[in-house]
Design a protein around this ligand. Structure first.
Ligand SMILES: Nc1nc2c(ncn2[C@@H]2O[C@H](COP(=O)(O)OP(=O)(O)O)[C@@H](O)[C@H]2O)c(=O)[nH]1
Ligand SMILES: [Mg+2]
Length: 237
């Protein structure tokens, strides 16, 4: 079973993607807002039914101007988490767009997608109708979670459930491999995995001389040439 998973969080700026990841990975929550200007990578192990999964969690940038960079990072994801802010109708209305981008870039049969209505602690300022959110999730056939980045358990539940779904799908795939019953989606998935391994190898060679750490990676642009620097802007835009 492939136990190294790429998980991606997408959604508009300020919905709480970075905060959710920080809570899940480091059990911390900060009230100040620091806008990412690049995608950041985090690592976390999660154990489910005696299986240890190594999650590589990618935090993307919600702002439109970074759309083309985000697309590079959305590729070959195993799990995608769509995030909106329950106090922002606009962030909810943009979910469809984020969903489409994920589907366009990945094989929709092989990616597990979940959706979070974040900032549930701010329920008094709630602007998004919960029934609309549930209907959206139902239409897209994805699970809906209410989260607060202040509450570890709420985000743990999201990762736990989506990883369980991943394991279930992987076991089904293993069965089809053993029984020689692979379909076209399976072969596409396996080819993508092999390509991903190759591109990760190339990427790590390119960055061999760069200083990097798990939480702060450098990346290539669509030409695969120029490195885009990681800078953090405080209270920007
Ligand atoms: N009250 C509350 N604030 C949150 C929550 N999640 C994020 N925030 C705040 O919302 C702002 C934007 O969060 P951030 O994680 O940077 O959003 P991102 O742009 O989607 O990564 C920050 O000031 C966070 O402290 C939450 O669940 N509850
Ligand atoms: Mg962020």
């Amino acid at each position: 079973m492939n136990t190294k998973l790429k998980v991606i969080l997408v959604g508009d700026g300020r919905v709480g993607k970075t905060s959710l990841i920080n809570q899940f990975v480091k059990q911390t929550f900060k009230t100040d807002y620091i806008m990412n200007t690049s995608a950041d990578k985090y690592k976390k192990e999660i154990e489910i039914d005696d299986i240890t999964l190594n999650l590589e969690i990618w935090d993307t940038i919600g702002q439109e101007i970074y759309a083309s960079i985000n697309k590079i990072f959305m590729k070959n994801s195993n799990i995608a988490i769509l995030v909106y802010d329950i106090t922002s109708q606009e962030s909810f209305l943009k979910l469809d767009n984020w969903f489409q981008q994920i589907i366009d870039i990945n094989n929709k049969n092989n990616i597990i997608i979940g959706m979070c209505g974040n900032k549930s602690d701010l329920f008094e300022k709630e602007k998004v109708n919960k029934d609309d959110a549930k209907k959206f999730a139902l239409d897209k056939k994805i699970p809906f979670f209410e989260t607060s980045a202040k509450d570890y358990q709420s985000i743990f539940n999201v990762f736990n459930q989506l990883c369980k779904e991943y394991i279930k799908k992987e076991k089904e795939l293993q069965k089809r491999i053993i029984n020689n019953q692979l379909d076209i989606n399976d072969t596409e998935l396996i080819a993508n995995r092999n390509n991903r391994k190759k591109s990760l190898y190339i990427h790590s060679n390119k960055n061999h001389n760069n200083s990097s750490n798990d939480n702060n990676d450098s990346l290539n642009n669509s030409n695969g040439n120029n490195n885009i620097n990681i800078k953090k802007k405080k209270n920007c835009c």
